[in-house]
Unconditional design. Sequence first.
Length: 276
Amino acid sequence: MARHGLRPSRALGQNFVADPNTVRRIARLAELGPGDRVVEVGAGLGSLTLALAETGAEVTAVETDRRLLPVLREVVAGTGVRVVEADARSLDWAELLGPGPGGWVLVANLPYNLAASLVVDVLEAAPAVGRMLVMVQREVGERLAASPGQAGYGALSVKVAYWATAQVVARVPGTVFVPEPKVSSVLVALDRHPRPEVDPLAAPYDQLFALVHAGFAQRRKMLRRSLAGLADEDDLRAAGVRPEARAEELGVHAWGTLAAWLTKRRHPSASSPSPS
């Protein structure tokens, strides 16, 4: 950075990994090898990019900061890494990776302010990505991987569980970053399910998560109150949900069962066979 007269951008949430052992550890936890295809979002100055390339995997490095692109290209020159100038928030994933499914691994040190939304975007819009290993703020990582009843469990946790399994696999100290952040980081591994955990024909995605968000918007209230206007006590009981339960007690399958019941009740003909 000094040689090129660069400073990290606060607006872009840039905290660069400056420790070679850390980036090699990330590459090792990503379980990459020759023949694998990996996409890195926010490649920055290329330290993690080099570690990924060392595994023998085919690496596509995405970076949006035009100040960093010349440095990134210089660092990865001769390694076979493909550098793409793009903002991950508006990427056409199908154009970049192909239609899929599941042939790519995403590995990234994600900006703290965008991490959760980027993970969800990839799960929703990039079926070609079958696995992810992302470095995020510890609080965000715990929310991504939380199970019902755990601290941090919320609508984000349900949405991740709909698409994938997620677990925190390592902690990363702030001392390995430049500049050093004031919060700690974790590595979260996500493995996409072969199919969503809830049948989208029985419980349409948008309707399911409208219900989930309504429940967690008033998470301290019982569901019979937080879902008032969407589901009454009879609906909850019919779906096997206690009206006295709170949103944080329901896993993705319970939310799916409730959403499917409500869909069936409102549109009974949709689930009935058409006459021959």
